[in-house]
Design a binder for this molecule. Structure first.
Ligand code: IPD
Ligand code: CA
Ligand code: CA
Ligand code: CA
Length: 264
């Protein structure tokens, strides 16, 4: 893959899609529900995914696409070049707040992350990373993350995971929430990941996300010097759902070992 060429196209399309989403703010949204009454999708989510797919198919016919809204390919493996797209990450925020949402794109070659883009349209903040070349915000390289202790950290997580639930032992998360300097919840995994990359938060935890939520942001965190794994310390799965722990150096291992009890 010609990474520079592919990145240039992806950047152009994400900015164009952002412009289209911005201009939709004045129009009435068509809102539909998916798996449950709080699982929302709008025509804008669908149209944005279709916009990327049409462009990718026209310029890169050999590339394959995994998109949340299902207009891409049905993938069984990650061979070749695969675009993993969330047309709007944070749809509930998009509908209720018209902010705190982003477009997320991860481009993988034979399973390896090559390009990540996350675009916060409302703030006009475009984050990107190219494997081995660092992480950037609006073209300016982000400084490498420094070590932080839990007691001086802001941890991003959804409050519902601290209640008793099926996916994670909430008793493990309570001490982390208690000992951290603060917690935040933004309702967009892609933004919470890039906030780890910028140091706006120091860690992000979710027991259940899909590849399109983290494919772009994970690469940006790693290129900023952080680590992203599942809650067992293993590699993220880019075909199936996975838990996610993203944090800067030192803190990532600390949370895994001292709070999530991995390796104990
Ligand atoms: C959702 C957001 C949210 C996370 C959910 C995701 P969507 O994505 O990333 O922060 O907690 O699990 O499904 O549906 O708005 O693209
Ligand atoms: Ca969704
Ligand atoms: Ca999402
Ligand atoms: Ca989405």
């Amino acid at each position: 893959m010609d990474t520079v060429h592919v990145f240039g196209q992806a950047r152009k399309w994400i900015l164009e899609a952002g412009e289209q989403i911005r201009s939709s703010f004045d129009k009435t949204l068509n809102i539909h529900t998916k798996s449950d009454p709080n699982d929302l999708v709008t025509d804008i989510d669908r149209d944005t995914e279709k916009f990327f797919i049409e462009n990718i198919r026209a310029v890169f016919p050999g590339h394959r696409i995994l998109g949340e809204e299902g207009f891409g390919d049905k993938l069984q493996d990650l061979e070749g070049v695969v675009w993993i797209i969330d047309p709007i990450d944070g749809t509930m925020n998009f509908i209720h707040q018209q902010r705190n949402f982003a477009i997320s794109i991860g481009i993988y070659e034979n399973g390896k992350g090559k390009i990540g883009l996350v675009y916060d349209i409302v703030h006009n903040e475009l984050y990107h990373a190219i494997a081995g070349s660092g992480a950037f915000l609006n073209g300016k390289e982000l400084p490498k993350l420094e070590r932080a202790a839990v007691k001086e950290s802001i941890v991003a997580l959804n409050i519902s995971w601290v209640l008793e639930n099926k996916r994670v032992d909430h008793n493990l998360l309570i001490p982390l929430v208690r000992e951290a300097r603060g917690t935040r919840s933004y309702g967009s995994a892609a933004l919470e990941l890039v906030y780890v990359a910028t140091g706006r938060v120091n860690a992000y935890i979710s027991p259940r996300l899909a590849p399109w939520d983290y494919a772009g942001g994970a690469l940006i965190v790693e290129e900023a010097g952080g680590s992203v794994t599942n809650l067992n310390g293993g590699k993220l799965d880019m075909l199936n759902k996975s838990s996610v722990l993203a944090a800067g150096p030192g803190l990532h291992g600390d949370i895994l070992e001292r709070y999530l009890k991995v390796g104990k």
